[in-house]
Ligand binder design. Structure first.
Ligand code: RET
Ligand code: DD9
Ligand code: DD9
Length: 242
């Protein structure tokens, strides 16, 4: 019973956690193999960051699969929620790394990168607070704060980082546009998934929610990394003449 609880999950969602682990590991191995011979230090930086993103996610997924990253939160009305907290540990590190990837590609300033990463970390920490609160109105209040922070992140990415990218060469601009669109579409679904899922209104159960997060996580990390590392834009950094 204990083994079944830990590896299949509460509603059989363990299958999606297993697939998530495998997907992240495959992505990581692919990025490592592709980056093996890279010599250029600026190009290498993109590989290191992107491999780290996949590795952190693989560790997080594996911990959730084994039931380590799972806890219970009891609300004031007695409802007990099953919470995969390990996601937040993953996101706290990987969302700043994703922003670093696209920010470095665009040639954004250190100051703009620091601003972006700070608001992003605030978004994840307030999202975790929303998830762990016992009073429903407090949960939605923190969800709202976190979602506002996300809108700032997306705005800053489009406007400020976008301005930096506009000065770059054509390869960089087109890669930036694709990666920016991946972030705009994928990231915006996370707060909706939280809201309709078990942490919020409970319209979708843990099984469906875990599947949705797995697809989003693979798209936002591995799909993103795949496009970034295949692009000519990362060769020789942003200073390469075309
Ligand atoms: C939460 C809940 C509270 C409101 C908001 C959220 C946003 C989460 C985001 C996560 C992005 C994760 C990524 C992972 C990559 O694999 C915390 C769900 C706004 C935007 C890109
Ligand atoms: C074995 C525990 C892993 C939990 C979280 C993911 C890693 C974040 C650095
Ligand atoms: C190696 C490329 C993988 C792309 C993953 C997209 C996943 C969507 C479910």
């Amino acid at each position: 019973q204990a083994l079944q609880m830990s590896t299949l999950g509460v509603e059989g969602e363990g299958i999606w956690l297993a697939l998530g682990t495998i997907g992240m590991l495959l992505g990581m191995v692919y990025f490592m193999a592709k980056g093996w011979d890279v010599q250029d230090p600026e190009e290498e930086e993109f590989y290191v960051i992107t491999i780290l993103i996949a590795g952190i996610a693989a560790a997080s997924y594996l911990s959730m699969f084994f039931g380590f990253g799972l806890t219970e939160v009891e609300l004031v009305d007695g409802t007990v929620l099953d919470i995969y907290w390990a996601r937040y540990a993953d996101w706290l590190f990987t969302t700043p790394l994703l922003l670093l990837d696209i920010g470095l590609l665009a040639g954004a300033s250190r100051r703009d990168l620091a601003t972006l990463v700070t608001i992003d970390a605030f978004m994840i920490v307030t999202g975790l607070a929303a998830t762990l609160m016992k009073i429903p109105v407090a949960r939605y209040a923190f969800w709202t704060i976190s979602t506002i922070a996300m809108l700032f992140v997306l705005y800053y990415l489009v406007v400020t980082v976008g301005e930096a990218a506009a000065d770059a060469d054509e390869d960089t601009q087109s890669t930036f546009n694709v990666l920016r669109n991946i972030i705009l579409v994928a990231w915006a679904i996370y707060p909706v998934a939280w809201l309709v899922g078990t942490e919020g209104l409970g319209l979708v159960g843990l099984y469906g929610e875990t599947l949705l997060f797995m697809i989003l996580d693979l798209f936002a990390k591995i799909g993103f990394g795949f496009i970034l590392l295949r692009s000519r834009a990362i060769v020789g950094g942003d200073s390469a003449p075309t």
